[in-house]
Design a protein around this ligand. Sequence first.
Ligand SMILES: Cc1ncc(COP(=O)(O)O)c(C=O)c1O
Length: 386
Amino acid sequence: MTAPRTPQLPSRLPHVGTTIFSVMSALAAECGAVNLGQGFPDFDCDPALLDRVNDAMREGLNQYPPMAGVPALRQAVAAKIAALYGRAYDPEREITVTAGATQAILTAVLACVHPGDEVVVLEPCYDSYAPNIELAGGTVVRVPLTPGTFRPDFARIAAAIGPRTRAIIVNTPHNPAAVVWTRAEMLRLAEILAPTEVLLIADEVYEHMVFDGAEHVSASAIPELAARAFVVSSFGKTFHVTGWKVGTVAAPAALTAEFRKVHQFNVFTVNTPMQHALARYLADPAPYLGLAAFYQRKRDLFRAGLAASRLKLLPCEGSYFQSVDYSAVSDLSEAEFCRWLTREVGVAAIPISAFYDGGFEQRIARLCFAKRDDTLERALERLARL
Ligand SMILES: Cc1ncc(COP(=O)(O)O)c(C=O)c1O
């Protein structure tokens, strides 16, 4: 007998390493820095939501739910979408509960992308999109958002769409750029997609964080888009419970049927008591309707504090991210600047270059303001020195 040996494994994702979010969080912990890097709240959710989870567990709602999700939650989500965005999804055939938006996006990609298909992503973009497409055997077609404003460049989007394009992934409100697509922009997208067979994966996890009275224009609100869209939401973002990993996908029945084929042999079902709790909690719209004002106040507090520094504030229309142009402070690359900021200033941030393949450099860093006021004030004391 030879010694036990682990077989060689050629990587399915040879270019993927540890994500920048984990790297910066570890560095923040090591340096005792205020962690404004990774996007998660440092405050707790509404205790009433926790009570509802506890109630569901004590009521014995602890076994497998239906594959597509607890019916009461799917009904609550369909009612919410109908009330806010005006489209009536059938909860039986068109709403699926997922293990967060991350699984929803992967499942949508696996369900629709065939080997050799192209999928358009708009850079900078969330880091899971490209590996998801590669896992499905697809080709990632990267189109930059307009440098400086991060608004969609429709000429480039239209030019990127061809006979092999299976889907486009759009994220509004946007992480990391905090841009919210206008109705005119969503309609322009609809116009470009109308003559094609291209599907839309609409990542709308920050749908309830839109500021200054602007509206979130969901793909579900534009019939031409909704007819071809997987619309992805996340309760983690909306109810300050990112660790719960519960989200939903709304899509026309034919698309949902394909989505569920992948879902049932991937996660199969999502944890039951959380779903019941969320269904009951959604009966009151106040928590999600009040989220924009809640985060707008934090955004304003944070921006007012940063105004004292030489960091230049980019617009923040939505999401819980504030990007800053640090070119008046440093010539370092974005990754080096974020490491320096964490070690020397004591505030962790994320380089925007991490959201681009090949690391496009713009001297911009992303800070997360989903933090307690005292955390933001501690960070501001340090950042005001810049
Ligand atoms: C744009 C975007 N999409 C998807 C996700 C993942 O959401 P979830 O935690 O529900 O998987 C995030 C989380 O940061 C995100 O920023």
